[in-house]
Design a protein around this ligand. Structure first.
Ligand SMILES: Cc1cc2nc3c(=O)[nH]c(=O)nc-3n(C[C@H](O)[C@H](O)[C@H](O)COP(=O)(O)OP(=O)(O)OC[C@H]3O[C@@H](n4cnc5c(N)ncnc54)[C@H](O)[C@@H]3O)c2cc1C
Length: 406
């Protein structure tokens, strides 16, 4: 069934799907869109944080309504380095995201179909669990994470609790990484976001190879950290957990002129590989894709014969090329370093100049930045670093061609 006037279907009303709907409808006043999600409400129950400098300057004002909390600076702490970085840190949440798209829902330009799972997506149509097929010139797959067949991954895993402390907790800015804690066989740190004087999100995070999250164990160490900080007298407000992909190597056509498979639907968000290779965070990439799609729709002016589908396929290749250096750093972190000493790579990184750190997280590092990151005494044995340098060799070893699904 073709909906009259319906130009866009987005499957997945999570972060990337909603940011895309919001941006596309803001930029294109004549556009109408349909959001489909298997959950019974949009936006889930999350918080999403990012450095303000991760977002292109011309989109920062637009994104402001999404930001529920922000701080002028944040701290990092390692055994041999403590530093306050004057980088603005921002957090949005499910409530603020819902509020951003609500005007479009109220106006009728954005319709939703909830509690409906989509089983099949093609570039111009989707099939619902009950068999119904819906078509539109633009179809976007934003269904969240699915392990990719063409990547070697490590994982960032965490358990977090938002608590209300009986006494003021005393933190005035976020602690993005407190890596002074016991490392316990992988890179481990605690992350703290002080929302108010009494309310704080505390997350115990660790980087290890497999996707298994030892939830009970991590919850126990989180409780120990909370007690050690003197926040033992508290009420629990909210819990969250996450297993985020960290890309060590990716197989894809390196040639920008390579044939693009136009039979594949446009996939965005974490499922499309749009996350920071080192942190697994995807908000900045979600904003970038949303803006790109919104601009392509505007420029297509109703002729969707090629755009935005082909452009988005190219955007994916560009993203994979841009994160090549980050993947090498991940291979050093996961495969070239003694697990107990992985923190040293980050300890050293956080000694670099602030503008470089900003560019690194924003995915805008230059050749000079890369040299600067690698210069000096390496934090891992040099022979180990050399062994993981070639992505092609690493892929041949960890993801033989025959294992790559089509
Ligand atoms: C606990 C946690 C904290 C995180 N914190 C941050 C952070 O601070 N900053 C940051 O940048 N990133 C963060 N991330 C990583 C990443 O940004 C999030 O996972 C983000 O929500 C991914 O966005 P997405 O749109 O790709 O997927 P999701 O937000 O997961 O949305 C996917 C949507 O698709 C729907 N869906 C799935 N299958 C179907 C189907 N078959 N049919 C219909 N609908 C379907 C789901 O119900 C869901 O609503 C965090 C992740 C987690 C898990």
């Amino acid at each position: 069934m073709e909906h009259k006037d319906l130009e866009m279907i987005i499957v997945g009303a999570g972060l990337s799907g909603l940011v895309t709907a919001w941006r596309c409808l803001d930029v294109n006043p004549g556009l109408s869109a349909l959001l489909i999600d298997s959950a019974d409400h949009i936006a889930g129950d999350h918080t999403w944080s990012f450095n303000e400098t991760d977002i292109a300057p011309d989109l920062r004002d637009w994104l402001k309504p999404f930001i529920a909390y922000s701080w002028d600076s944040y701290d990092v702490a390692f055994p041999k380095r403590k530093r306050t970085l004057g980088i603005r840190y921002c957090t949005g949440n499910s409530d603020s995201l819902r509020a951003c798209v609500l005007p479009h829902i109220k106006s009728g330009r954005l319709t939703t179909r909830l509690s409906e799972a989509v089983t099949k997506i093609s570039p111009k149509s989707v099939t619902l669990e009950g068999g119904e097929t819906l078509s539109a010139p633009i179809v976007i797959d934003a269904r969240g994470f699915k392990p990719p067949a063409d990547k070697v991954l490590g994982y960032q895993k965490f358990v977090g609790q938002t608590i209300r402390t009986a006494q003021p907790h005393g933190l005035t800015r976020p602690v993005i990484m407190d890596a002074t804690v016991d490392q316990l066989g992988g890179y481990r740190f605690v992350y703290c976001l002080p929302f108010t004087d009494h309310e704080i999100l505390v997350e115990d995070t660790y980087y290890t190879d497999g996707a298994d999250l030892s939830e009970n164990e991590v919850t126990t160490r989180l409780a120990d950290y909370i007690n050690d900080k003197g926040w033992g007298d508290h009420t629990l407000i909210r819990k969250e957990k996450g297993v985020l992909p960290i890309t060590l190597a990716a197989r894809y056509p390196k040639d920008r002129t390579a044939q693009i498979d136009l039979e594949e639907p446009t996939v965005i968000g974490i499922r499309g590989g749009y996350y920071h290779a080192i942190t697994g965070y995807s908000l900045p990439e979600a904003v970038k894709s949303a803006d790109l799609i919104a601009g392509l729709i505007r420029d297509a002016a109703g002729d969707y014969s090629k755009e935005p589908h082909a452009e988005m396929a190219q955007h994916k290749l560009d993203h994979l090329n841009e994160e090549r250096f980050a993947r090498f750093l991940n291979r050093m972190l996961f495969k070239a370093s003694d697990p107990e000493k992985r923190y040293k790579i980050l300890e050293r990184f956080y000694g670099l100049p602030k503008p470089l750190i900003e560019r690194f997280y924003a995915g805008r590092i230059s050749k000079a930045d890369k040299i600067r990151i690698l210069a000096g005494k390496p934090p891992v044995p040099i022979m180990n670093a050399l062994k993981v340098m070639s992505e092609a060799k690493f892929l041949a070893k960890h993801l033989p061609e025959s294992d790559t699904a089509v």
